[in-house]
Design a protein. Structure first.
Length: 399
């Protein structure tokens, strides 16, 4: 337990699901000076980016009703956390003093350098700016132009389905099993919907090259096939921003800030992490909006404990499954145990779609509620996480 009750300036880096909840929750304690740093003046509702690309929904919201009174929004990017001087340096040249930082920079879409042409000609969907580029590119294409979606995970499936329902000609290249995180029955339901809506699913194929108007596929037999692709959307693999490592803080192999179970950095107890960019004990929770809100709340609680000189609680979150949309009228709501292992039960069709839409709305509703009523977010805690491993046992990158 560390007591730093003399001052209370908190800089929250990243205004996504975790950062906005954290900033709002800090208002539980009067007199905390809260600045939220985010590169855009609007909140990006990332779980709707596939809808934004396909033209079936918006993915930005005004911060107005999402942030509680008194929170200062700095539209800027953090370029370094200077732990020696306790300042966050910003791209604009400004520097913000802090007593605590909440590190909530989220995750990013990546294109692999190992695949020739991927960085130049494929566009990731996981962030707002590339998603806007995808939307613009689609608008310029004839409706029947071939579109390739790379990645058979939930983001790739949602993207392929959304585009197919809008009449696009879509190939989904999985590079392995389609929807590996779902149960076998859930997977079959997804496969049936995709084939029924004309999506060509190349399950085992791997994209080995991206060209301006084509992709090269390998099926493992040594026979490459060149397929026309007017637009290639890359959804395989998420990365994280490099800010923690660039600031000299230890991270896991992907670049998530390495913390203890209270989300406090193993290197500096004035830096606390939340959301996709956090790796508690080197064993991060599944990257998800579902986990980001509770982790944001927990990060705020940890900072408030440090300020009050009390013992912060350890991470606890019970999962209940995941939900993958299949256009606007269907979804697969996969059920899971609290530890996130799936069971062979899912809710499909229109009922699944209603659950999915409701959970998207609830994600934003929870942020607004926390803005109005700090401390209101509660979440299912589940069993304590298994015995904490020492960071040395993990694959960790040193700065
Ligand atoms: C198409 C799509 C669909 C998805 N669907 C689901 C779903 O159905 N369910 C689910 O649970 N999850 C879903 N996810 C995953 C979910 O969106 C992420 O796990 C979630 O956004 C993580 O929240 P976060 O607050 O950690 O980060 P983010 O929401 O990514 O927010 C991070 C913020 O930090 C900002 N930032 C980054 N670097 C800096 C910096 N240096 N300085 C200042 N600010 C910075 C970013 O710009 C961003 O605004 C989906 C993702 C995508 C792309």
């Amino acid at each position: 337990m560390t007591q730093h009750s003399e001052s209370n300036k908190v800089v929250v880096i990243g205004g996504g699901y975790a950062g906005t909840v954290a900033a709002n929750r800090l208002r539980v304690r009067a007199g905390v000076d809260i600045t939220l740093v985010n590169p855009r003046p609007t909140f990006v509702d990332r779980i709707r980016l596939h809808q934004f690309v396909a033209g079936t929904g918006d993915a930005t919201l005004d911060y107005g009703t999402l942030l509680g009174a008194g929170i200062q929004l700095a539209v800027d990017s953090a370029t370094r956390i200077d732990t020696a001087t306790r300042t966050v340096r910003l791209a604009s040249g400004r520097a913000l003093d802090y007593d605590y930082v909440i590190y909530a920079v989220g995750s990013t879409g990546t294109t692999p350098s190992s695949v020739p042409g991927a960085a130049e000609f494929a566009v990731p969907i996981a962030e707002f700016e590339p998603a806007r580029r995808l939307r613009g590119r689609l608008a310029e294409l004839p409706p029947d132009a071939p579109v390739t979606v790379v990645g058979g995970g939930l983001t790739g499936i949602e993207t392929a389905a959304e585009l197919a329902e809008q009449g696009r000609t879509v190939t989904l290249v999985c590079g392995g099993t389609l929807a590996p995180s779902l149960s076998a029955p859930g997977r079959r339901s997804v496969a049936k919907w995709l084939s029924g809506h004309g999506v060509a699913v190349q399950e085992a194929d791997v994209v080995t090259e991206v060209r301006p108007d084509a992709v090269v596929l390998a099926d493992g037999t040594g026979a490459d096939a060149v397929r026309p692709s007017a637009l290639t959307v890359w959804t395989a693999g998420f990365g994280v921003p490099g800010l923690a490592a660039e600031s000299g803080l230890r991270t896991d192999a992907l670049g998530r800030l390495l913390t203890d179970e209270t989300l406090t950095s193993v290197d500096d107890d004035r830096v606390v992490a939340a959301g996709d960019a956090a790796a508690p004990s080197g064993r991060p929770l599944r990257m998800s909006c579902y986990a980001a809100g509770p982790l944001g709340a927990q990060a705020a609680d940890t900072v408030l404990s440090h300020l009050a000189g009390t013992e912060p609680a350890g991470v606890g979150l019970a999962f209940s499954g995941s939900c993958v949309s299949l256009g606007r009228r269907a979804a697969v709501r996969q059920l899971a145990r609290k530890d996130d292992t799936v069971v062979n039960v899912y809710i499909g069709g229109r009922a699944g779609a209603r659950i999915k839409e409701m959970s998207c709305k609830v994600a934003v509703w929870k942020i607004r509620r926390e803005a109005r009523k700090p401390g209101s977010l509660i979440w299912p805690k589940g069993a304590p996480r298994p015995e904490q491993q020492t960071p040395a046992a993990q694959e960790i990158t040193s700065p």
